[in-house]
Design a protein. Structure first.
Length: 159
């Protein structure tokens, strides 16, 4: 099962070139649009330059700073905080806030795809909820506009 077309852009942040290249190739074969970064800073630079992936696949073991620092920086930027991050690493320690979004590098590719599908489905559901809220707000403002009446002006008759 693959994600809908609205969730196809993936940023892989991993300093290990062999798994990064293999993963990028396999995801591309599944029609994902893949960008890669070798360091946390390179990933931040790409995001700063306008890259807005649907999902970030993040290794925690990066050469310049660890994945936890990347996550903190990501969550402090309003443009990036809504990008779901899937931790894809050999390091499962201290993952309590990310247990649901962790896939070990040793996992099968199909398991990774299922995790991406789940994240994409969550993102689509959040988007749907937001749209429904906006529509209900729009309906409410339309109703208020319909009920709005101008005060009547009474003309006094001259005697």
């Amino acid at each position: 099962m693959a994600c809908g077309m609205e969730c196809r852009k993936i940023l892989i942040v991993d300093n290990d070139s062999t798994p990064r290249s293999l993963l990028a190739q396999r995801l591309s074969e599944k029609n994902y649009l893949v960008s890669v970064a070798c360091t946390g800073q390179e990933a931040l630079d790409q995001l700063s330059n306008g890259l807005l992936p649907d999902v970030i696949l993040l290794d925690l073991e990066l050469p310049d700073f660890n994945g936890w620092k990347f996550l903190k920086i990501q969550k402090c930027n309003r443009a990036w905080t809504s990008i779901p991050t899937l931790v894809y690493s050999h390091t499962p320690d201290r993952l309590s806030p990310y247990k649901e979004r962790f896939v070990p590098k040793s996992a099968k590719f199909e398991d990774l795809l299922r995790s991406l599908d789940r994240i994409c489905a969550e993102k689509a559901a959040e988007h749907e909820e937001t749209l429904e809220e906006l529509i209900s707000l729009d309906d409410l403002s339309g109703a208020q506009q319909l009920d709005f009446k101008l005060p009547s002006r009474s003309k006094k008759k001259a005697s």
